[in-house]
Design a protein around this ligand. Sequence first.
Ligand code: HEM
Length: 969
Amino acid sequence: MRQIGKWSRLVIVTGLCVLGGCNGHSPFGIFVDSTKDCAEMLLQRDVQTVAKTREQRFLGKVPDTTARCLGGKRAESLRDGPWLDWPNYWAAGDATSLAPARLLAHAKVIGPNAHGINGALYELELQRIELIKFNLFDNNKTYEAYVTGRNGEAGPVLNTWPEMRLPQSHRDFKAVGGDQTQVCRGELIRFRTLTGSCNDIRNPLMGSTHQLFARNVEFNTTFPDLGLNETTRNRHGDRLGLLKPDPQIISRKLFTRAQPQPDRCRDGYGLPVGAQEAECEYKKAPFFNVLAAFWIQFMTHDWFSHLEEGHNRPDWMAVGCATQLVKNIEQPLSGEDIKQLGCRPDDKIDAASIAEGTEPRSFTQGGKTYLTRAPKTTANHVTAWWDASQLYGYDERSGKRVKHDPKDPAKLLLMPVREWAGEGDKLGYLPVFEPGDPINPEWSGQEATAFPDNWSIGTSFYHNVFAREHNAFVDAFRKQATRTPDGDSGLRNPANLDPNRVIRYRDVTPHELFEVARLVVAAEIAKIHTIEWTTQLLYDEPLNRGMNANWHGVFEKQEAVADALKEVVRRLDDTNDAKKANSLYAALAGGPGIFGLGNRVYEGVPLVGLLDPNKQDRWDLKNDDHINGGVNHFGSPFNFPEEFITVYRLHPLLPDLIEYREWNKEPNVIRQKIPVIETFRGKATEVMRQKGLANWALSMGRQRLGALTLQNHPQFLQNLKMPRLQSPTQQIDVAALDLIRDRERGLPRYNEFRRQYGLTQLTSFDDFVDTRVPKDSSARNEQEQLVKTLREVYGQHQCDSSKTITLARLNDNGSPINDCLGHPTGSLIDNIEDVDTVVGWLAEFRRPHGFAISETQFVVFILNASRRLFSDRFFTSSFRPEFYTTLGVEWVTNNGPGQERMEQGTPNGHVQQVSPMKRVLLRTMPELAGELQGVVNVFDPWARDRGEYYSLDWKARAGAEDDEAFANK
Ligand code: HEM
């Protein structure tokens, strides 16, 4: 265990203070605990601290004293295996994880439940700090400066990069300063620009459309199939290739949903006209609904796209269904095998687009050689910002697809398209693409919006909802303007001679109002995702606290404290020790929250004065440092890493059939089973208009989504018909394609992926089995069967302990990790190193309580979900009325117009606002008010009884006992 130095103590105490400070729990609870185990933990200095080097980092594993202190004997007994320890702490699960009353369980200051949660939060914060420290690898040629520094400044605190300047060919090159220092000003900084440029005013190109994806793993571990270095060759031998192991075999053996009645499912295409008799089995997650599945697709369309206009490189390639391993030897498939497996050798797909494929330059620093980028790079064809670009556009062509209301250009065009069944219908529906709109032929017949690819009822739903929300904001603003036409709207124009000149309500132009509404909608979406979707995806108390801390901070109701902490964080910019400053910044930011960091400035106020509620805010639109001062990129320009896309390959979330219901005709009754595929592309628009937004909300709100696990991919996606494909079948197995794309883009395989992110490696497929599940249960049996299938598909090899397979970590005794992973040399071991990352994380049967995703995916989110807030000026220092208007700031803060509204009771022990998505649904579909009354989180199945404390039970709430979904476990 590492010794605790002065600096590490500071970070620990800061982390605990910030995270544990919430809700009255003592930040120092752990330190003042009187129990024997906690005292022992402290005496032995068993407290984890921020690692100095990559090999020493925290693996989420703690010593037995810590486990006992934070989770009692149970936590200690569950420490075996590679999985995180904090999920076993007191209060980190459901009611059964709460400490027994005799242990002063509910004592707020020293109680074990508080310790368990604070301990978990501390470890999560430690992970985040180390992820920021060890996992940033930019592909846009800034990595060398990150390692070597520039002009005496250390890499991790650099905050401008020549590579982020606008090129001469850019329309705004001159406007930002041309060949001189580039700074965005005036019109360019007022709102989110179409291509995402000028978010960071000193790095105009950052996050904009067509920038390269970054990496979170060392460049020399990418593209393992190419065997570019000795360590990689040692790790995988010659066992890997684009189609090795065969991706369609993996899909058919490890991804297919078993169907007891295949002719009622028909490859996911269901039965005609939504017949009730249709049945496609899937494994369901009881605490997450289909709205949540489509929400995340809607999000990914905002954040990233490898495809440009829905296409890749027109170079048609085979996609497997050719070979399989038989007793560890690759054999061609026979016709009989193909028939039995149901795969298709004639499928083809267009190859992934590669931005750069030439050999990267290398450089040396401190005797070590580094690559300047990954061996191949790819571009993000949308803006990387959380800017609702899927609704509003990310380049000129997509921008032209967005239709303004000609009667009020501040609004999006919505049309009355159906008989009026509920209040919401009056608000209208998106129009359909017209001839002449810049689209691919396959998108015709769909609703007009910026990102139209892979359209279905789910994307149609969210695009319509947020178009209505956009217009709701415009309406509220116009109402306010009618009431107080001469009042100060809060908006300012930095392009004015006097940027601080008041803009009255009456003077706000339709263009300005449209852009303000975009800012508001984007921030609302970010808020919904952070504190509503994610807290249901990761349904337990530590994550509930953690996500709320990311957004509001832990001092939500103590504005003066939050303000003071914000200022302290802002001043960290002046700290000259780069890595320490970054770590402290990340730790402290949990205090005031990331959202709104730097949006008030108290320059000149001494530290003691920061708690004075009457101190003067000196934030000034004329000051570039104030506008941009809240962002922190931690030395590496922001874009998503390739690894982020992999962990969002969440296709198993989708059911094959949607259980269709009607809100005004007994919502407990399932009326039809509508195949998702029957809503693909233009068909979505038809059924949306036919059945109406509110009925789809109800149907998808009540239905459970698919669990992210093996043998649970939608059949319709394995058999997706796409007429654009130049192949005899014109079909593609999207599940297999997920693996192929990752291989084309050089994802490290699962075990190295985990080591790179600071997680413990697995040493055999058996490690996947959740040993907490009783040995003779059907669940355990299923897991063991799947392990056998993994072994059959990926194979085994005779290991050689002389071969070092990774540089990311060392064995506990300090020796290099070798091919035998602790097994005797020469023994037959599992090819665990070859497992595709997606397969690996789907095979993680053991998960923290309430986690719909695996811990491997989660660790990727910890880093990148924080970064996309930290890096965005509009979520930090420019979250101000000067950009959002006063109404806009209130709308985002209070989840809508007027005062904040509180939820009844104390869900999971918390007083909480009516959730932001619930408020959006109530505004856009008022007819759902009755149905939504008992809903606390829109992404929890609407008719589920949430129970007392993070229950995952599938049990009907009062009034929904007749809902047949509850008869079906
Ligand atoms: C009707 C629903 C859906 C359809 C038809 C669909 C279809 C597809 C297809 C065909 C691709 C492959 C594109 C390529 O690489 O050539 C893809 C990629 C992807 N899908 Fe889906 N998908 C659906 C739902 C979802 C959902 C619910 C998620 C959840 C997050 C999701 C996440 C992704 C991601 C992350 C990629 C990779 C995108 C990229 O490389 O930029 N999809 N999908």
